[in-house]
Design a protein around this ligand. Structure first.
Ligand code: ATP
Ligand code: MG
Length: 420
């Protein structure tokens, strides 16, 4: 009888142990950088009320229109991004009362029903970083500079693109100008853009189709239509980036696909992942906190980094640092007595914080040496009948190939193994 194999869902991917080493390298480096910038971690649920995303991300966005995993009968949705949940928690627990400016980050899976391809999955992972409660442009700069620092420390090369989307004061008049421009070229645009021109004309600038891009090449730039407040804010953001030595370029077409953005928006992009060019994207969303029932006018800014894309970029680089094994000792117990003594010794060493492995299948010395090598163990200890009689085992340094006799006790072994 043939048994039908059950496979993972399309766009849902297992992250195998070899890859996890890379993932951990990215996450550990990120946590370290975030800590240096005084951010605290928050952990949030994966399922939220559908209304939370509809109200924050906006009804007329790709995410809400067609990408959400929603249990229609329960009116709950698997989170497609983390900002909305994080702000919901910030409001629900009155975090703004405890501390007026909150610096928070969260790492975890997000869900969007998109066409899977390289760097685009249906369950993917983001590191999401937010500063809530400040509209100071220094905060924008600091946050963007932190993103740049993380990419530098990971050795990932990306370009920073920057734009400002203005505010409810200056956007309506810009929108009207843009709409007039778009209407003059409507016939040449794709069906999506024709529809967007009515619902959200700014998103026409964001269309990926080359013929639409050509049409909007000459579109008026929002940067020339900012109100004095937004203009000064954006100048300060740029001056800050210059002061901190963060390179950037302006991209007047970057409008971001979510409704809640205003003022500063930015993306870290790469040309190494085809159409999946954005590795990290974010911006300011003053007003969203109030829209979700929080303090009036509560400002905020944040970004989300795509972990899959960061890992893919790291895989393009050769670097042994994150593929190195951390196994300290491999114990080879030969014969019944050797195995028995090793079994207890291994447990004791593990209790002393040593990373130890042993084989339980009674394989030959040669085959176990091969295993130890493959596992990248720093040391190998051989315990056979002769060794037990003498009370000392042969400890081999796998890097230098030097051998020495070591007393078969946990403390004697630790002294050598932990010396590194
Ligand atoms: P894209 O234009 O590539 O669809 P986006 O604008 O939808 O990206 P955001 O919602 O801003 O992306 O999410 C921030 C980051 O999360 C992206 O820059 C990307 O690195 C990552 N990301 C978004 N969607 C996916 C996905 N389906 N699979 C993998 N990573 C993703
Ligand atoms: Mg998308």
């Amino acid at each position: 009888m043939t048994v039908l194999k059950i496979k993972a869902l399309k766009g849902f991917k297992d992250i195998l142990p070899d890859e996890v080493t890379l993932w951990k390298y990215v996450e550990d480096t990120a946590r370290d950088v975030f800590r240096r910038f005084n951010f605290s971690e928050i952990r949030l649920p994966i399922l939220e009320q559908t209304e939370l995303f509809a109200r924050s991300i906006g009804e007329d966005t790709d995410i809400v229109e067609k990408e959400m995993y929603t249990f229609v009968d329960k009116q709950v949705t698997m989170r497609p991004e983390a900002t909305a949940s994080l702000i919901r928690a910030y409001i629900e627990h009155g975090l703004y009362i405890q501390k007026p400016v909150q610096r928070l980050f969260t790492i975890g899976p997000m869900f969007r029903h998109e066409r899977p391809q390289k760097g685009r999955l249906r369950q993917f992972h983001q590191m999401d970083i937010e500063i809530l409660g400040s509209e100071n442009p220094l905060v924008d700069t600091e946050l963007i500079a932190m993103g740049a620092m993380l990419f530098t420390e990971l050795g990932i090369s990306v370009d920073l693109e920057l734009n400002s989307l203005g505010c409810p004061k200056c956007r309506p008049s810009y929108r009207a100008r843009l709409l007039a421009f778009i209407e003059s070229r409507l016939d040449a645009l794709c069906e999506d853009c024709k529809r967007r021109s009515v619902t959200n004309p700014l998103r026409v600038l964001d269309c990926k189709k080359s013929y639409c891009r050509e049409q909007v090449e000459e579109a008026p730039s929002i940067l020339e239509h900012l109100c004095p407040d937004c203009d000064v804010h954006f100048s300060h953001v740029q001056e800050g980036l210059q002061q901190l030595g963060v390179e950037y370029s302006l991209n007047k077409f970057m409008v971001r696909g979510l409704d809640y953005y205003c003022r500063t928006t930015f993306e870290f992009v790469t040309s190494d992942l085809g159409a999946q060019s954005a590795v990290c994207a974010g911006g300011r969303y003053d007003g969203l906190i109030e829209k979700l029932g929080g303090p009036k006018g509560g400002p905020g800014i944040g970004f989300a980094m795509g972990l899959e894309r960061m890992v893919l970029l790291l895989q393009l680089r050769e670097n042994a640092a994150f593929t190195r094994s951390d196994l300290e000792l491999f114990v080879i117990g030969l014969g019944e007595k050797g195995e028995q003594l090793s079994y207890g010794l291994v447990h004791e060493m593990r209790g002393q914080k040593c990373r130890v492995a042993m084989d339980h299948e009674g394989r030959s010395l040669k085959s176990q040496m091969k295993q130890a090598n493959k596992a990248g163990a720093k040391y190998v200890l051989i315990v056979g009948d002769d060794e037990i009689e003498k009370g000392t085992g042969v400890l081999k340094d796998m890097e230098t190939q030097q051998q020495q006799e070591v007393e078969l006790t946990c403390s004697a072994l630790l002294e050598v193994v932990k010396k590194h």
